[in-house]
Design a protein around this ligand. Sequence first.
Ligand code: 5GP
Length: 177
Amino acid sequence: MSQIQVHDKYFKPYIDENTLQERITAIAAQLSEDYKGKKPLFVAILNGSFMFAADLFKRMTIDVELCFIKLASYKGTKSTGNVITAIGMDTDIFSRDVIIIEDIVDTGKTLSEFLPQLEHQQPASLSIVSLLHKPDATVFPIDIKYLGFSIPNKFVVGYGLDYDGLGRNLPAIYQLA
Ligand code: 5GP
């Protein structure tokens, strides 16, 4: 792997394909064990998580369902702040064991705004799987039960993550050089 260019920026190899796949296999094994007999529902957050969700999903060895949603943020009133709506959330999660799939948790803002909405619908359980986490960027602490990799607070692309639309197709993760 060598340095690549996406738009105007250069990125260096950071997590290679094998390392990613090995970690995802381990997470899928853990999830398959923890949710045995429960038929959990994966809720994958688009766009960034589509590749991770697919690789994780196909390694699950128990019955499991999957839906994809997109989060849209718009400005609410002064008191409500930003309002997050989930587009495509058409599966009833009442009494379900729900596992949110994220590509990366950065400040934690997105999930901190979205999770209360899901909790309101009274799932049996709610946990989070994220491929990446930037602990140094935390503003809103999020309990990530299943984590791929902790990474420094530097911008990354690849494996579903983009820089201004490009870079998602890379099979590995690259870090801003
Ligand atoms: P948060 O709400 O946790 O601050 O941000 C979460 C979202 O920001 C992620 O789902 C992702 O879309 C975007 N994001 C945060 N850090 C990065 C990064 O290093 N690279 C890319 N491509 N997106 C990021």
